[in-house]
Design a binder for this molecule. Sequence first.
Ligand SMILES: *Cc1c(COP(=O)(O)O)cnc(C)c1O
Length: 427
Amino acid sequence: MLFHSTRGDSKCPVSEAINTGLADDGGLFVPEAWPKMGPNDFSKNQSFSQVAYQLIKPFFKDDRLGGELEAICDQAFNFSVPVKNLDSNLGVIELFHGPTSAFKDFGARFLAQCLSRLEKESTEKLNILVATSGDTGGAVAGAFDGIENIDVVVLYPKGLVSPRQEHQLCCWSDNIHSVRVAGRFDDCQALVKEAFVDEEFSNKYRLTSANSISVGRLLPQMSYYAYSSLQHWHKTGEKLNYVIPAGNVGNSLACIWAKKIGMPIGDVVLATNENKTIPDFLQSNQWEPRESKATLASAMDVGNPSNMERLRHLLPDHDQRNQAISAYSVTDKQIEEQIKEVYQQWNYMICPHTATAFHVYNELNAEQKNKPWIVVSTAHPAKFETIVEPLLGVKVPVPKALEDLLERPIKRVDISPQLDMLDQAMH
Ligand SMILES: *Cc1c(COP(=O)(O)O)cnc(C)c1O
């Protein structure tokens, strides 16, 4: 299948879209057609990676990676994806059982398996440059750890990521370069942009990106919506409804894509923090991106969510769009209350991002709550223990994967946000 830009008609195969990231015209890649599949095309006992393979396969038809897709899925998704039922009509899907304890592992690991195969025969090293405010950098670094022919350079702002996040950014093999920048996240991002625009620099290093607009990250994220909704359908014959924490909207868009293909998905509700560009847009039909604001759910601090361009391309009509999704903003105070409430009510610990979705679920009316819902949990609470532990007055148990990473030694380079310093750091 071919992919084209949200802003034009030029087309390319999926592996090229994965390799280049952004279309030439600055738009985002979207598939030229939607495969159709229903619950009866899947069987009851398929594993997660089998469901993922079957769902993603049509997008890789006639592509040079098509023959490898099954192995790509098997190697990327080597961890569990449990649904915990809290009540007869309420479950939580835990997307944090990957190596860095957040849902970004799904996309980053799939992308890494694709790129490692595409780069296998290349004689020149590829450099992936990522600016991170926390979770993305760790997931990308972990996914590419030890992969031949590819280096990852992670830029993060000094003093502005949590100690455990920082450890996850700096504990990898020699092909991962962790760079601590004296500046804010915006300075890291600006430096990455400068590197891409500088022709000499980008040719010298063969640069590519791995940010959340990559189709190599979006496509695999459909899998957990397919997997959980199919399981529910096989048991009950009902559609499943989702509340999803949203920042750049990659996670929620994947749910909408899975529904578009024909997975048994009902309502899709987005929860944002106080960065409410999306709820405002759905209400007013005016697209007004703004500066981001710092909140407790920091991985969702996005004022200009980039994947909205794909959503608006898929659903250009205001009424149609408002039928397909709704979105609500949640305050820091509500996040704190929700973390406490969920622990009191269900003896279940959640991270601040997951708390936004729980809050929105609780605000649903009685008629809506009669339907079966899944709250999407995007990170393990132990990654945000400095917020969660004081609220609950107990320690959050650290999962084995995170504990293993925290025991590794760390290495990093310090720079100020200047291209010549980045150049030195990459040698
Ligand atoms: C990235 C992230 C989000 C936001 O996901 P988007 O795809 O950007 O909407 C939510 N929660 C956590 C923990 C994240 O790391």
